[in-house]
Design a binder for this molecule. Sequence first.
Ligand SMILES: Nc1ncnc2c1ncn2[C@@H]1O[C@H](COP(=O)(O)OP(=O)(O)OP(=O)(O)O)[C@@H](O)[C@H]1O
Length: 194
Amino acid sequence: MDIEMIHITKQFDGKQILKDCNITFAEGKVNCLMGASGTGKTTLINILMGLIKPDSGEIRGVQGKRFAAVFQEDRLIEHWDAIKNIRLVCDKEITDEKIIQELEEVAISERTAKPVSSFSGGMKRRVAIVRAVMAKSDILIFDEPFKGLDMELRMKVIEYINHRSKGKTVIVITHDKEEANSLGAEHFITLTNP
Ligand SMILES: Nc1ncnc2c1ncn2[C@@H]1O[C@H](COP(=O)(O)OP(=O)(O)OP(=O)(O)O)[C@@H](O)[C@H]1O
């Protein structure tokens, strides 16, 4: 079943951010959410995930579904190593070797047992991406996931995501249409100011 967000409205401090917003995300496809800064893309996905309550509106197609997300911030536990950060969301039977193998796919082959506080911004980003991909989920959300990654790493990470998110409903927020195309986006939604 597709995800439907129907008549969603949201105000912050009296300012209307989302006004009667009607959006469908196609099930099992890569959906690309675009729009200028401040049009409420992050707010919309926070509402979708149940992290923010809308002022009004309805959401269909998410009952019993599990979300995993890469937010604009990495949201890692800084004093934990990469493996432990990822393990937090994985099935118990996933081995350290498997996690290391996935990290290698995004070109992290050293420091996996060191606190992520010692990682570069781009390394932290990739740990956050692997963590979301390895989490048990039906709906995978990426909010500007490639910030801080150079072109070569970006391509590597796109390949990794494409390979590992097959069959899931993917929602990616990006300003870059080419990036969306490389991720195989088939469904494009553009938010505008109300
Ligand atoms: N918790 C909050 N309290 C008050 N205002 C907020 C809050 N969260 C978001 N806003 C405001 O809502 C508007 C939309 O923010 P949001 O982050 O959803 O936009 P966006 O489209 O994701 O932007 P960007 O592309 O820059 O990430 C902004 O004007 C922002 O300042």
